[in-house]
Design a binder for this molecule. Structure first.
Ligand SMILES: NC(=O)c1ccc[n+]([C@@H]2O[C@H](COP(=O)([O-])OP(=O)(O)OC[C@H]3O[C@@H](n4cnc5c(N)ncnc54)[C@H](OP(=O)(O)O)[C@@H]3O)[C@@H](O)[C@H]2O)c1
Length: 269
């Protein structure tokens, strides 16, 4: 199967190492996830590959994403590092390759690394290409550089405490699907009173409400969990249809709280 769009939810793997990564991927696939998100920087591509192989689910049925770290953005480094990723993942191609962060301080010109990413697609190393942590201006620049080559997604932080409206709306206007990372604000959503109230009224959990809210905006959530019970609940959250009142109450939780904000991050919108 060749995927033309991103599956509606994915399993994140940041921080999952060794056997935890293997088991989490295997269990997610057995529960019905078909979209796995890893990155060179997570240092778990080999274990993610093991989890996929041992799941018994055919590789062609799984949408697999990896990301190029910002020290591999020169053209030859990018292609070589993607070959290394494929070897660790034990596959001949990924479904999506993302530029994990725009080059800090534009040290490597965007033309160079997006050109290399397009070459990787032409060579069949990746079915689709995309970007991550790109601002509105950087999305415009990327569109300009890539022309007819589609940018499948911009993967950015989205959760009830960081709605990231400007970036989400701009991406959607450009026809770029947004993938929302840290949709549970790394577990903080569980402590929020509004989310707790809505969740208890519906007999679900605040995590499920957060995922349903992300999905209601047309954003693809990629929560991570080591526990099969949480993975199952997160998958089932896609079935929740929030009311307009509930969405308004969750929208009001936006406080611009950014969790992933390293020193090399771009000037956020
Ligand atoms: N592109 C980027 O720069 C970037 C940056 C950060 C993250 N990401 C991607 O986004 C993914 C998600 O982000 P994240 O892993 O940092 O944070 P997250 O998904 O917001 O939160 C993960 C935390 O939530 C807990 N959790 C998961 N499901 C739960 C549930 N149903 N009920 C209660 N707690 C639950 C997990 O604990 P348990 O294990 O105990 O369930 C874990 O501690 C990453 O794994 C990665 O793939 C991308």
């Amino acid at each position: 199967m060749s995927f033309t769009t991103l599956p509606k939810i994915g399993m994140g793997t940041f921080r999952l190492k060794g056997n935890d990564a293997r088991e989490a991927v295997k269990s997610a696939l057995s529960l019905g996830y078909r979209h796995i998100d890893t990155a060179q920087m997570y240092e778990n591509e080999a274990e993610v590959g093991d989890g996929i192989t041992s799941s018994g689910i055919p590789r062609r049925d799984i949408f697999l994403t990896t990301k190029i770290w910002h020290d591999k953005l020169h053209a030859s480094d990018l292609i070589n590092s993607l070959h290394d990723s494929l070897a660790r993942l034990k596959t001949d191609h990924v479904d999506l390759t993302l530029i994990h962060w725009p080059s800090p301080g534009d040290e490597v010109p965007m033309e160079e690394y997006l050109g290399a990413l397009r070459d990787a697609r032409r060579e069949g190393l990746t079915e689709h290409i995309g970007i991550s942590n790109f601002t509105c201006a950087q999305m415009d620049q990327a569109k300009e550089i890539l022309g007819d080559t589609p940018i499948l997604t911009n993967q950015v932080e989205v959760h009830p405490f960081l709605a990231n409206r400007k970036v989400v709306e701009h991406a959607q206007k450009l026809g770029i699907t947004v993938t929302g990372y840290m949709p549970l604000a790394v577990g903080k959503v569980m402590e929020d009173e509004t989310l707790q109230r809505i969740a208890s009224e519906r007999n679900v959990t605040p995590a499920q409400i957060a995922i349903a809210w992300v999905a209601s905006r047309g954003v693809v959530p990629i929560p991570s969990s080591t526990r099969p019970s949480h993975q199952k609940a997160n998958l089932e959250a896609l079935k929740i249809q929030l009311s307009e009142d509930e969405i308004r109450a969750i929208d009001a939780l936006d406080r611009g709280e950014r969790i992933a904000n390293p020193g090399f991050a771009p000037d956020w919108d």
